[in-house]
Design a protein around this ligand. Structure first.
Ligand code: SF4
Ligand code: SF4
Length: 542
């Protein structure tokens, strides 16, 4: 393993003589932050300025209780029933929904067994170590099995739900195959800054990598071969990506920031108190988006179970699918910063697709008419003053008062006359809105106002504006909100505070059953789910 020279980022200290790469690092989003990853894999690099924030009260890593229970069964000789009963009784408190999921996941996992293949669970980790100027360690996070003579090994990933094809997965599989074929048994280090404690092991003849669905216990074989095959697979799919992770790259603010060692020193992540309109608080650092806040308003338990990324039921009705299809078509059309091409628009005479969305029949016709109406208000058709166009950019800011990494993904931003324009798009077939004030109707506009008023994007605040583009089958309109208007800013902050205050104060994320449970995509894990036929009068007013 060789990499380009890596420099310790400003604000960090320590030694980079230990580099430890697990399958988790390889699986991190390719759109994530390269600088974050390059520091994460160096356990002896730490922040010069230690920050202290309280820990979250509830467990935030949903596989932790699953792994702990499986360890108790496979290595602790506890019965499955006893291990299931123990979930939620020890360690960091678990949300009741996570307890339900973890019990389901443990049962699903154990259903595939291992004894019939002549395999026994292995408590040790498998670690490949190479020592040059630095110690390099590769390991895979999952479960391990081998035959009695140790010559046939199997590594198992755990998958939350359905299989998803992701090019990153090949790097994960490559690491897993490599450490399964060549890894030395090792105890988990007492301190993360210390190397794994390696033991002796016989040579391996055969390695398998399997992925087990925690939803239903289905198992897929991802790799099956000899050590030579594993070496070749690793050379093709692992080595280059690992070198790139180790080499690092630019800081790219986003969902990694909350767990980043560079949080207090990063020069790229904007730090602005007050974006969420909250007073200074001492609280666990959290990541939040406007969707999270809306889910929390509907039901705190739903918001929490979504944030844990537990498997979800399909949640989109026909209207939402149509809206997503129109959004996706325009996103693709504007992606390179140019105006959309009317000739390329769907006619609606037949079904059409955009991104992962497809519409047919009436929906295809209505969607095509909405797209046609967009031409009347397209920022890139109407003005050649729009520059620095970015479609669906991932924005992040550290609100140091609320202790939150705030994420936002506007439909489009562009620069006009020195100020940023933040455009959101809504599709509707209704004549009007439920609320009189657009900021009440669409709280994401309130967040946009706050971002621009606080100068998160830079530019000239005097010429910044928020635009709401509304597309109907028979017309289109643009509503403009001026973030420098004191009345609009006060209103935006009030709208935000109504959402952010209860969310920030919440540490337990209790269930709030209501008619919304009918459409809740995580109701399967919710012990408070009253059933889909809950009558309207039980609506808790969420
Ligand atoms: S704070 Fe965020 S942007 Fe900065 S290095 Fe860390 S993850 Fe990247
Ligand atoms: S089923 Fe109802 S109470 Fe349970 S998480 Fe979903 S919305 Fe909340």
């Amino acid at each position: 393993m060789t990499v380009d020279p890596w420099a310790i980022p400003a604000g960090m200290v320590g030694s980079d003589d230990l580099v430890r790469i697990g399958t988790g690092a390889a699986g991190d989003d390719l759109l994530g932050c390269p600088s974050f990853l390059s520091v994460k894999i160096r356990p002896r690099i730490r922040s010069r300025r230690r920050s202290w924030t309280p820990a979250a009260q509830l467990e935030t890593f949903p596989l932790q209780p699953v792994m702990a229970a499986l360890d108790r069964v496979e290595h602790g000789q506890l019965s499955a029933d006893a291990a299931l009963a123990e979930i939620g009784q020890r360690g960091t408190p678990l949300h009741p929904g996570l307890i339900k999921f973890a019990r389901h996941a443990v049962c699903s996992y154990l259903s595939i067994g291992s004894k019939e293949n002549g395999l026994k669970p292995v408590p040790d980790w498998w670690v490949v170590r190479k020592t040059s100027a630095r110690i390099w360690e590769l390991y895979a996070w999952g479960r391990r099995y081998q035959t009695a003579d140790g010559r046939h090994r199997e590594f198992r990933f755990m998958r939350f739900g359905e299989a998803v094809s992701n090019p990153d997965d090949r790097t994960k599989v490559a690491i897993a195959a490599y450490v399964t074929a060549f890894g030395v048994p090792a105890a988990w280090p007492e301190s993360w800054r210390e190397p794994f404690g390696l033991r002796e092991a016989p040579t391996v003849d055969h390695a398998r990598v399997v992925e087990v669905s925690l939803a239903d216990g289905a198992a897929d074989v991802l790799f099956d071969g000899t050590p030579a095959d594993a070496e070749a697979y690793y050379a093709e799919h692992g080595r280059k990506r690992i070198a790139s992770i180790a080499a690092g790259g630019p800081a790219r603010p986003g969902s990694s920031c909350a767990e980043c060692k560079q949080l207090t020193s990063c020069g790229t992540l904007p730090r602005i108190p007050g974006v969420l309109a909250l007073p200074t608080t001492r609280a666990p650092i959290r990541t939040v988006s406007m969707s999270d806040l809306r889910y929390h308003r509907t039901c705190p338990a739903q918001a929490h179970l979504r944030s844990l990324h537990l498997p979800r039921a399909y949640e989109y009705g026909a209207e939402a699918e149509l809206g997503h299809a129109v959004h996706a078509w325009l996103e693709n059309a504007h992606r390179d910063g140019t105006a959309c091409d009317p000739a390329a628009m769907p006619t609606g005479d037949s079904g059409w697709s955009a991104g992962r969305w497809r519409v047919d029949g009436d929906a295809a016709r209505v969607g095509a008419r909405m797209l046609r109406r967009h031409l009347d208000v397209c920022a890139l058709h109407l003005s050649d003053a729009a520059t620095q166009v970015r479609v669906e950019p991932r924005l992040a800011v550290h609100d140091t008062a609320a202790q939150a990494i705030v994420l936002a993904k506007p439909d489009m931003i562009y620069m006009d006359d020195g100020g940023w324009v933040w455009r959101e798009l809504k599709t509707t077939q209704k004549e009007g809105w439920f609320h009189d004030d657009l900021l009440d109707e669409f709280p994401q506009l309130a967040l946009a106002v706050s971002f621009l008023a606080e100068g998160v994007l830079g530019g000239d605040p005097a010429t910044a504006r928020v635009e709401l583009e509304v597309l109907r089958p028979d017309g289109a309109e643009i509503d403009v909100i001026d973030p420098t208007d004191p009345e609009r800013l006060t209103k935006a902050r009030a709208v935000l505070r109504r959402l952010t205050q209860p969310w920030r104060a919440d540490e337990t994320f209790g269930a709030r059953p209501s008619k919304n449970c009918r459409w809740c995509p995580v109701s399967r894990w919710c012990p408070s789910f009253p059933g889909s036929d809950i009558p309207d009068e039980k609506d808790g007013g969420a």
